[in-house]
Design a binder for this molecule. Sequence first.
Ligand code: FCA
Length: 346
Amino acid sequence: MSPSALPSRIRLRAVLALLGVLALITGCSKSPDAAGGAPAQPHAIKIGFYVKQPEEPWFQLEWKFADQAAQALGFTLIKTGGNDGEKLLAAIDNFTANGAQGFIVCTPDTRLGPAIVAKAKAANLKLIAVDDQFLGADGQPMKNVHYLGISAGKIGEEVGKTLAAEMKKRGWTAADTAVCAVTYDELATAKARTDGAIAALVAAGFPPERAFKAPVRTTDIPGALDATNVLLIQQPNVKHWLVCGSNDNLVLGAVRALEGRGFAPESCVAVGINGTDCIIELEKSKPTSFYGSMLLQPKQHGYKTAEMMYKWIKDGVEPPLDTRTTGILITRENFRQVLKEQGVRE
Ligand code: FCA
């Protein structure tokens, strides 16, 4: 029997039932969250986030804040990391295979910039570099690649000013004191930080010939410990060390080296950068010579970059090419409060 042959009463009932089912379906798909459940469909927008050293608290916080953006805005975040260029290039293929439309990256090697850009272009992926700015084949920053990083020179200068003020406060003489700058000059943002610290110390009257560099082979605590030990052996007559470095871990490695060679905590002053990788150090009941750190803004680096990428993909809003963030000094006196105010800790 054809539908038109059905009695009109039955036809009307069938139409009403169909409408009811449709209303139910559209109603459900419209308000998945009102029902408390997860959205029925996977997110249309997918964003990769690659970090060079996933074991560093700094990068874990970047990811944590990017995750918060994914939750709040409704996109899928694909996190991968590793201090290895090959791994990064493979990860970009993986982002593509997973249907991502863009990715944020702190590259293990800034000289990979052109290769990363070429891969992103070929796969039609949008790209934001975070923390470490890409270098072109000419060794210059790739200013045409969207970047969010720290005002490295200025933050380094704050470290130098803090060290100079602490030296003065403690009444140490230049003859007894030297600077240990734990450096990684291969990375522009790292070099700008330690250069800035030394420049500020010199501007405050510290003799430049007493500022020594301890260049690291690896950018971690053991790498900094080894580099500092070499310097301490080379300079056995220094009584007081003022320590700076490109981030907390490099400064912490130097502090461990000083302890290992018998320096009392109060005979040296060390100031880090990041403020996120030294929290356990500041929480220790007995003070060490790690005086404080320039706390950066992991929320800007994680949430903000993810949000910029999301809006770029979704609404075509291109982020600024160059965004720089600032730092703020934390010490044993104020770190709990400042970390809370800055949203780094509950
Ligand atoms: C670099 C450093 C990190 C952090 C970041 C802002 O990538 O390696 O520790 O300081 O810049």
